[in-house]
Design a protein around this ligand. Structure first.
Ligand code: HEM
Length: 458
């Protein structure tokens, strides 16, 4: 490609990445504003009693929205950008990438509005959006997958960079997962519970985890300016994740009518998950060994480092939580909600923040304020850590109350102060999102370029 062509391509990459990140940020604000209201409804149940603001509708708006309108859109945009940069190839089929972004937004809008009008596909967690809305979502993901695969296929060097292994793996598995979740014959009886176990956990483990690890494998060495610690550890983590993850979802249905052997297998494989988690997090942490000063001075690296630490802690917590003795107490309590935020927020959302701060300025040439980024980091980190800790304690007290046979209201009264503390942690997280949104605005639309823009090497 000639110089003018390279510059045009870099501009188009920057515009596409900006659009994905801008859209994801918009939905982050909407869906977590909803979550703050949700969290205050626990200590103050009479707050906002209109049907449109009821807990049942807003909870599904929050979970589906953070999953598919925020994290999926941000990670798809980042995956496309990483595919192009790491392959040294232009983004393949750009109109399809734009179509993907459009469809993600159509699905998010229709999914949110229909849920708020009380129309949902029932109590199937993370797939409450009506089936035809989820078809639109599926097509959006397939379009992004097509772009990533086509871009990697045009790579300059023969080996596929490890980042793209992960993102391509995520897109491939998720396409299968989302199709299975739509087939009507799988949605009845006990089979529906098995499919739900398969679906809800793999939405996290084979989609967000793969995409987040993929972009980290590109952003981390790039920012540290050194190669990844071990390619082999990365490959080991990739394949063992693929072996163990698909089965573990049934640990959410222990003591249920699901076959006992399936529940036991899910527990054994949950322990097996320690292998990819150890291998993956150690590989990423060792990549930064001896460079902690660089991490401290960067505004993007602390987010990636915190995300990797939460990946390890949240996943190890999940393994422990899967054991039957632990489930006997923690099942159905707020402890699990704390675990969900340790992983989906502490890990996935922090990696999204870090990757955006790492790659968007490289694409657009515009940097955010270091001070505001630092405040964003500390508000988000303190907020989520408070959130996870208080729910761990409150959830344990709830579980002990239930196991002791105390009246249900005793557990509610005991958990109430912890729910209030969770709402305060959540408010800090939301405030940090306002700063993030401002920083994204500066990185996309800021007046003055502060970096040498665009035509940097892959
Ligand atoms: C301001 C930040 C946030 C606040 C205040 C918040 C608050 C909440 C609340 C109150 C619930 C309902 C909990 C319950 O039913 O007991 C919830 C559920 C959930 N949220 Fe968030 N959330 C935030 C950010 C996020 C983000 C960014 C994600 C994902 C990327 C996320 C993923 C989830 C998931 C997966 C659940 C379901 C948890 C479960 O049932 O185990 N949240 N959140």
């Amino acid at each position: 490609m000639d110089v003018a062509g390279t510059q045009r391509e870099a501009r188009e990459q920057a515009t596409l990445l900006s659009a994905f990140v801008g859209s994801a940020t918009f939905w982050l604000l909407i869906t977590t504003a909803v979550a703050v209201l949700l969290s205050f409804k626990f200590p103050f149940p009479d707050l906002a009693t209109s049907p449109y603001l009821s807990f049942g509708r807003l909870r599904a708006i929050h979970t589906n929205g953070t999953f598919y309108a925020f994290a999926s859109v941000a990670l798809s945009g980042l995956a496309i950008y990483v595919a192009a940069r790491s392959s040294g190839a232009p983004i393949y089929a750009k109109p399809v990438a734009w179509l993907s972004l459009g469809l993600f937004n159509v699905a998010a809008l229709l999914g949110t509005v229909t849920l708020d009008l009380g129309m949902s596909d029932g109590s199937q967690e993370y797939r409450e959006w009506l089936w035809w809305v989820r078809v639109i979502l599926l097509v959006a993901a397939i379009c992004s997958a097509y772009v990533v695969a086509g871009t990697v296929a045009n790579r300059v060097e023969r080996p596929i960079y490890i980042a793209n292994w992960y993102t391509l793996g995520g897109f491939t598995f998720t396409t299968i997962l989302w199709i299975v979740a739509l087939i009507p014959t799988y949605q009845i009886g006990v089979g529906q519970v098995s499919v739900q176990a398969f679906y809800m956990h793999n939405a996290v483990g084979m989609w967000f985890t793969f995409l987040a690890l993929g972009v980290t494998y590109y952003a981390l060495p790039k920012l540290l300016n050194r190669p990844i610690y071990s390619y082999s550890l990365g490959v080991l983590a990739f394949w063992t994740n693929l072996v163990f993850y698909p089965i573990i979802g049934a640990h959410h249905y222990e003591f249920s009518p699901l076959p006992w052997w399936l529940q036991t297998l899910a527990i054994v494989f949950s322990v097996g998950m320690l292998i990819p988690v150890f291998a993956g997090s150690a590989n990423l942490i060792l990549t930064a060994r001896g460079a902690w000063d660089v991490v401290r001075r960067s505004y993007a690296l602390p987010f990636l480092a915190a995300g990797i630490v939460y990946y390890f802690l949240g996943s190890a917590q999940g393994t422990f939580e899967a054991l039957r003795t632990a489930q006997a107490y923690w099942h159905f309590t707020s402890f699990t909600v704390g675990h969900s935020h340790a992983t989906m927020y502490g890990f996935i959302t922090f990696i999204v923040f870090g990757a955006v701060y790492a790659l968007l300025p490289l694409a657009t040439g515009k940097q955010p304020s270091t001070l505001l980024t630092g405040v964003h980091f500390w508000f988000a980190l303190v907020g989520v850590t408070l959130y996870v800790l208080v729910l761990a304690i409150g959830g344990t007290i709830q579980g002990i109350d239930w196991a002791s046979g105390n009246p249900f209201i005793t557990s509610v009264e005991a958990a109430a102060p912890f729910w209030l503390a969770r709402a305060l942690g959540g408010t800090m997280m939301f405030l940090s999102h306002l700063l993030f949104a401002y920083n994204v605005y500066v990185m996309i639309g800021g007046k003055r370029p502060t970096l040498e823009p665009k035509a940097q090497p892959a």
